[in-house]
Design a protein around this ligand. Structure first.
Ligand SMILES: Cc1cc2nc3c(=O)[nH]c(=O)nc-3n(C[C@H](O)[C@H](O)[C@H](O)COP(=O)(O)OP(=O)(O)OC[C@H]3O[C@@H](n4cnc5c(N)ncnc54)[C@H](O)[C@@H]3O)c2cc1C
Length: 443
């Protein structure tokens, strides 16, 4: 079933392009491909169609659809969405000048005069505003701008792209000659693609989490401090087992209380799901997480979007695993380690922190060690009282502490520079890239 859904958009997009080509090259007027004027219009329209297909594809990538997300993982899909989005402004910037140029060649008007005249046509001005909003959203997602903006500001600009799409649909349907020139198969395919995209988006992003919330009544049952900066939120509800949450996955949480409702944030499951509770452990790192620490109360309802992610036991193909965590990156590895050792795999955890007071789940990790199947090494880089491993985790330390590292699947989660350095260290030690799995705390 998943494969069928997976092929709907590529097949539909290819069909739309073929239908568009054949319909237009066989048009009675022969206009599109017969001369230079027709050719310019053809490319102008093609750019518009590619931009619209690009936007639909982008929306599907972040739709959190159940037929797509488990195959690749939400984080990889989101990263692909960030890169693939660049094609849209290119196509959007090409579309208007080519169409205007076509009309200039037909009418003999000046380019600017013709541009302004075109803007006066039905729905074109709205589409131009929509194009502007979409391009702004893409530009603000480029690294140079993204790093200067707060997540919320960037997110609001991104929501503007949805308004941009809504503004442009009228133009596609009303004015796009391709859609109303009596070419029914193309039109039907186009409508079907939009319906498929929007249904998946609405279901995955809004209706499914809301329906689950309504039927399961998720609620914060208790809040337990772990360190001075981290506390665990225990969430329960009806029929929690049916969520089929796996250790290592994450969910996007929206606490339904004043001051929290407008924001949804991702957090990893930090304890093996037991069919009754999901536990998330949250470090104070900004506005939202600080308010969670300061004002979230037991009894608060929660909308859970997820679980998501493929950083799970299924990635561990051998009998042994090497888990490497930095700071709050322990959360998915804490639950994954518990799952792997329960499945009889041999796990070693290297856990890096600044000082002993920063170690999250210290007692729980000791208890898991006592059960067997998990060995934990703490590595601290700025605790004068610490007599154990000091410094950072690098290739030499991995070789010394985990001599059989080459036989292990590696799972990493920590600050981005640490993950980059560790991936390089492991590949430098000859570990295949396919056996290194990482969870990045950024979508
Ligand atoms: C897959 C995943 C799993 C995570 N698991 C944990 C965990 O178990 N424990 C934990 O403490 N933290 C976890 N995080 C990080 C956590 O989501 C951020 O620390 C939190 O959202 C920061 O919000 P803030 O407003 O407090 O901080 P800010 O200072 O506003 O944000 C800090 C950074 O967090 C990211 N961020 C902020 N808001 C969002 C959002 N709504 N959606 C996505 N990213 C956002 C951005 O990259 C931002 O630059 C996880 C992140 C991801 C992507």
């Amino acid at each position: 079933m998943k494969k069928i859904f997976l092929s709907v958009f590529p097949v539909g997009a290819a069909a739309a392009l073929c239908l568009w080509y054949f319909d237009n090259s066989a048009a009675p007027s022969g206009s599109f491909f017969s001369d230079k004027i027709g050719l310019v219009m053809a490319f102008g329209r093609l750019a518009g169609i590619v931009a619209a297909l690009g936007v639909m594809g982008q929306l599907l990538l972040v739709s959190r659809a159940a037929w797509l997300e488990p195959l690749f993982g939400l984080d990889r899909l989101t990263r692909f969405h960030h890169k693939a989005g660049l094609i849209i402004p290119l196509a959007l910037l090409i579309h208007p000048p080519l169409v205007v140029w076509h009309h200039v060649m037909q009418t003999g008007n000046g380019f600017i005069a013709q541009y302004l005249a075109v803007l006066g046509w039905a729905d074109v001005l709205a589409a131009a505003c929509g194009e502007f909003l979409i391009i702004v959203a893409v530009i603000l997602s480029l690294p140079f701008a993204r790093h200067r903006l707060s997540y919320e500001a960037w997110h609001r600009a991104h929501l503007g792209a949805y308004i941009g799409l809504a503004l442009s649909i009228g133009h596609q349907l009303e004015l796009g000659m391709d859609l109303n020139a009596g070419l029914p198969y193309f039109v039907w395919t186009w409508y079907a693609l939009y319906i498929f995209t929007l249904v998946n988006l609405a279901w995955g992003r809004a209706l499914k989490p809301l329906w689950r919330y309504h039927s399961r009544k998720f609620v914060v049952e208790k809040i337990v401090p772990e360190t001075t900066e981290v506390e665990s939120i225990w969430i329960t509800g009806r029929d929690m087992a049916s969520l089929q949450a796996e250790a290592g996955q994450f969910a996007i949480l929206r606490f339904w209380a004043p001051g929290f409702k407008l924001q949804a944030h991702p957090f990893s499951i930090s304890r093996l799901p037991d069919g009754k509770y999901l536990r998330f452990s949250i470090k104070k790192s900004g506005d939202f997480t600080t308010s969670v620490h300061n004002s979230l109360k037991p009894g608060t309802p929660v909308i859970i979007d997820g679980p998501h992610g493929v950083f799970t036991e299924k990635k561990c193909l051998g009998d042994k695993a090497l888990l490497i965590a930095g700071g709050i990156g322990i959360t998915p590895l804490r639950s994954l380690g518990e799952r792997l050792r329960a499945s009889g795999k041999d796990c070693v955890l290297l856990y890096a922190n600044r000082a002993q007071k920063d170690i999250v789940f210290r007692r729980e990790l000791e208890e898991l060690e006592d059960l067997g199947g998990l060995t934990v090494h703490h590595i601290l880089n700025s605790d004068p009282e610490w007599t154990g491993e000091k410094g950072s985790i690098d290739a030499d330390r991995i070789k010394r502490l985990v001599p059989d590292f080459a036989e292990r699947d590696a799972f990493l989660c920590g600050p981005p520079p640490m993950m980059t350095a560790l991936t390089a260290a492991l590949t430098g030690l000859g570990v295949s890239r396919t056996r290194i799995h990482s969870e990045v705390f950024s979508l």
